[in-house]
Structures are given as structure tokens and as C-alpha cells.
Design a protein around this ligand. Sequence first.
Ligand code: BG6
Length: 264
Amino acid sequence: MTHATAITFGQLPAIRIAAPDGAQAIVTLYGAHLVSWTGADGGERMFLSANSALDGGKAIRGGVPVIFPQFAERGAGMRHGFARVSTWELAASGLDGDTAWAEFLLAPRMLAEPVRQAWAHDFALLLRVAVCANALSMTLTVRNAGGASFPFSAALHTYHLVPDVCAVRIEGISSDEISIIDKLDEVYQHVSGRATLATGERTLLLEQSGFLDAVVWNPGAADTAALADMADDEYQRFVCIEPALLEPHTLAPGETWTGTYRVS
Ligand SMILES: O=P(O)(O)OC[C@H]1O[C@@H](O)[C@H](O)[C@@H](O)[C@@H]1O
């Protein structure tokens, strides 16, 4: 099996990244959206809603949406930014030892015209996705390719698959252990960058750098009922823990910012 294969996921062109040990990830070019991650042990680790659009008409509900250049409604632009609803390109792929990886690129020339006009900055976004054994690494790089500074926020909005959200325990993000009783939508600023997620099935180590903050989200029953792209009981099967850079970071011309994230 080659390490990066072009496939179709739903109706979307996608890349399957496969390591020799069996670890795999699938990333759609729409959004550079990781929609599946299986460890070498074969277990799926990402939630994807059964009701998600997979046709490029609406952001995918599940997996790892790339949030850029705006978080949620903290700004005048598109909710959670345009990166998750834009079509990226596969820039490169390879195998480093046992690790299979692929890099995805988004640049202004690839944006829909109204989107490009609404955020008229010259940038390059690069997302590197790598898998090996039971670890997933994602690195997001933002480069200012233009002549003027711009501010941005970013996040990797990870939907971790869990057997039962009530059994979830998260440590290392807040001074108290986090559990989910009902709806939770909480921002944690300046986190340590090292946390654990006990899913009830396994304990994952979550490591982040560059991303200074974390957001924990589960919509609970009431908000899920209002989400057209999520089945009513699906909130029970995921928790979002999102490495995030919430306070807009200003990049000068020629500068780059890098956020790293590893789940193992
Ligand atoms: O429905 P969206 O745009 O994908 O957003 C989902 C959630 O994303 C989270 O990051 C926000 O904190 C929530 O407030 C929001 O509801």
C-alpha cells in the first residue's frame, strides 16, 4: 500500500494516509478536514456525524475542522472562518521511517472570489497530518506572504469519538477535572499544552504548542436537536477538545506562526 492515496469520501476528493504499521487517516481536500483516524490497533478515534454534509456544500460535522482566520463569531467574518469550507491542495506526502504524512496547502488563489475579497490578505496555510502507531500529529503553519500585517485566530476543532460522553474525564486543561453533565462550551486560556482524555475506552494524551488555549464543547441534547447535521442522540458519542489560538495573533510580512498538536 502506498503512503498517500487519492480516494473519494462521500462525494469529496480525499487522501488516505497510511503508515506501514496500519495507522491511517483520511483527509478531504475540502477543508483539509481529517474525517477519520484509526490507530495501528485498528480502532476509529474520530467522531463523524451520520448526518454530515459530505458534498462540499457545508462544513463537515465531525473529525477535525481547521478553524482560520476567525474563531466562532469572534470577528466580522465567516463563523469559524473560511478554511473549513475552502478546497485545499495536496502539496506533498511521504514516509519518514514508520510515519506516513501529507501536507495540504491553502492560498488566496484557491478561495472563492467573495471569500478572497472579504479577507484580502496574502497568506499561505499549510496543514501537515502524520500518523504512526497510535499517534496522530497535526501541524498548522500560517505564513504572511504579503506586504501588510494581518491578525488571525486558529483552532483544530477535534471531535474525539467516545463510547459515552458521560464517562469522559479530561485532566490538565483546567485545575479541576472536566466531565460532561450536559451542554458544555468552555474556553480555557493559556493552558499548559498537555492534557489527558479518558474516553471510557482508552486514555489519550493531548499535546499542543503554539496554540495557547483550549476549547471544550459538547452541545448536549437540546442544542443537538437544533443542529440539522447531527442526529439527536449523537452528542453522546463525542467531545470536542480544540487546541486554539483565540486572541488574534498579528503576523508581520514574511513571518510564520506554527501550531502543533499530537494525540497519542
Ligand atoms: O456549528 P459550528 O459552527 O461548527 O460550531 C460548533 C461549536 O464550535 C465550538 O468551537 C464553539 O465553542 C461552539 O460555540 C460552537 O457551537
